[in-house]
Each structure stands twice: as structure tokens, then as C-alpha cells.
Design a protein around this ligand. Sequence first.
Ligand SMILES: O=C(O)C1=C[C@@H](OP(=O)(O)O)[C@@H](O)[C@H](O)C1
Ligand SMILES: C=C(OP(=O)(O)O)C(=O)O
Length: 410
Amino acid sequence: MPLHLSTNTRRLSGKIAVTGSKSESNRLLILQALYPHLEIDNLSNSDDTRVLQKALNSEDEVIDIHHAGTAMRFLTAYFVSKEGRETVLTGSPRMQERPIAILVDALRDLGADITYDKNEGFPPLRIKGKKLLKNEVKMQANVSSQYISALMLIAPSLPKGLKIDLEGKITSVPYIQMSLQLLKQCGIEGSFENNQISIAPTATVPAKRIVVESDWSSASYFYSMAALSDAAELSLTAYRENSLQGDRSVADIYQKLGVKTTFLEGKIRLEKLDVQLPEVLELDLANSPDLAQTIAVTCFGLGVKAYLTGLHTLRIKETDRLQALKNEIEKLGGQVEITDDTLKLSASEEIKSDIAIDTYNDHRMALAFAPLALKVPLVINDAGVVSKSFPEFWENLQQLKFSVKDSAKE
Ligand SMILES: O=C(O)C1=C[C@@H](OP(=O)(O)O)[C@@H](O)[C@H](O)C1
Ligand SMILES: C=C(OP(=O)(O)O)C(=O)O
């Protein structure tokens, strides 16, 4: 479905309720499956969370988790620990290209029975659940933090808990901290110091209701809109200053791009300020990889040069996000240089109108480019991809008075 986006006004105002964090929701669903006394509020309604929830409730042998990376990684660890059950975990063609050997090797070291059904190192996986008796493992930490979180989430259910020794430079650290903090909120003891994670064995946890904060990665698209607007006053619920999500850093980053954040009771207010924009925005995004697309597109729209580093995880996400960004920004008239872990954007002089943006089965490509409609009319191809993390996004844009037209319906 190609969507035509444009606006008559560059002044934004409105109140948006954003769905729960997909990262928090997916962790809590695994913990709830292990500790059923747990209750979850404000669960994400994203496809990735729904597919994980469905998998946890399914008795089928073959489970297809489509494009959901965290679901794939978390469920691999979960099904390994389900004694007596045989499961084949598979996903979309892209999921079958997303590496998983680091997690599989660590689980095998702990005693797991996992085989590759197609290509060595990639889903689909055939998992025969059994009791894991070992309690120490080493793991490479510089490719994806999701492998580490997957082990942390099942760790308290292992008879002796788990110590994980992390090797190499640890990437996406806030997501590891989020896993630890959620375990602690459930009443499970654990620590993450230097390169070692330790989680205590825990047979039961007290009944508890945990409220998921709304998704900060989803909030980033409204920051981009505010930055690209002439005037903005947006209120987003339900957020807190003291967040578990690393992408909360978007509030500090966008201050440099003219967006002021005020934390109010349960919500944030974004306002557009008149600031002197930086000549070049330099950022290391190793702790917030999901913000890279939003920031690159905002800078392009503002004509600000950007030098983004720490992007080594982007090539193995829903698509090769570095290449996808380069392709689409260059179609719009920009200039982008990429390496394996950096992106350099030149200051743009023009933004071409009515360009159709390809989204590569990646929700964040659609979400990140949509705010540019505040500058020029554009088309987003396969716009339905946003449901992977943010199903209401297009309705939210209409609420903010964007014109959102499905050309297939005309
Ligand atoms: O644990 C999580 O919930 C996530 C971790 C990050 O992945 P990497 O650790 O692979 O960078 C992030 O990009 C992803 O969207 C969600
Ligand atoms: C990378 C992402 O998701 P996942 O790895 O869970 O598919 C994302 O949502 O940007």
C-alpha cells in the first residue's frame, strides 16, 4: 500500500497516546510465561509483541515469528528451557538471514539441544527442550544485545541461575540494563558489573503488576516532526523521566535540533524552539541504534550535516539500514557516505518532491521518512510495515492534520 503524505500546515499541535514499549513488553511476556503471577499493563499492541504472545500461548510444533527479532531470540532461549517439548522456530525470509549463532552456541554450551533446519547459523531452529544444569557461560557481546537479554530472561528459571561473561565491546547496553531492571522489578536478584552478569535462581516471584512505559523509539518520530515543523506543541503519553528505555536519550539529542521536552505527570510535552542549529550533529548511537534512521532523516530535512557512529548493528536488522538510508536519502537529493558502522550526511540544499520512499520490510524506514512530509509531499511504499512496532502511526498523522492518502483506494 503506497501512502501519499503531505501537509497544508507546518504548525503541529495535538495529544497522542503511544502504545507500550515493545522491548519492555516482550521481556515481560517471557517473564510472565515463567512466572504466571505477573500482570502486565499498557502492553504494546505492535505486531512483534502480538506474535510473541501468540507463540507463548501456542502448542504447535512450528512457530513462525515473522520479522520479530527480539521474539526470535527470546523464544529460542525460552523453548530450550521447556523440558520435553520440540519446537521449530522460524521467521520471514529476512529473519532467516539474521544471525543467531552466538546465542545458539551459548545455549549449546549450557547443554541445549538445538539444530539448524536450513542454514548453519540462521533460523529456522529445531529446539528440543531439556533441563539446563550448567550455570556459567561466555558470550560475544558486540553483535547484538538481544542474545544476552535472551539468556538473562530465562536465567532465573535455571536450577542454579546463571553467570554470563561478556566478551568484546558490549553493544546496545541500555537494553541489557532494561532486562536486569525488569528482572529486579519482578523480585529477582541480579547484577551487571564490568563484563559479568549474574542472575540468581528464583523458583517463584510474588504477584505483581508492572506498567509498561510507552515506547520511546516510537516517540522519536514526533520529535522529528517537531524539529521539522514551523511550530509545535505536542503532548505524548505515557512517559516518565526515569525510563528503562535507552531511546529516552532522544529528548536530549533533539534539544540540539530545537525541540524542548517538558516532563509532566505521566506525559511529555514537546515544543519547537528557535535555536541555532549545529553545523554538524555528531553522535555515537551504539546505545540507541533504533534512533539512527529518525536522526539521519531529521538532519537531512533540516539541512544539517550529520556524522553518526556506533552503527555496527544496523546492517543485520530488519534490512541493511545503512544501505537503505543511503538509497532513500539520495533519491530525495541528499548525499550519504556509509561504512560498516558510520553514516555521514552532507548538508542538503534541496529536497525533491513526490519521491516514493521504499521501506524494505522495515517499519523504521516508513516511520523515519514520514515526518519529511512537513517539507515536501512524498509517497511511502508498503506503508503497512509500521505495524511491526507502531500500528496507529498513520491515524496519528491524520490527527496532526497530515493528509494521508492510500493511492490504491483512489
Ligand atoms: O532488546 C531489545 O529489545 C532490542 C535491542 C536492540 O537490538 P541490538 O541489541 O541487536 O542492537 C534494538 O535495536 C531492538 O530494536 C530491540
Ligand atoms: C531492530 C528492531 O527490532 P528486532 O530486532 O526486534 O526485529 C527494531 O524494532 O528496530
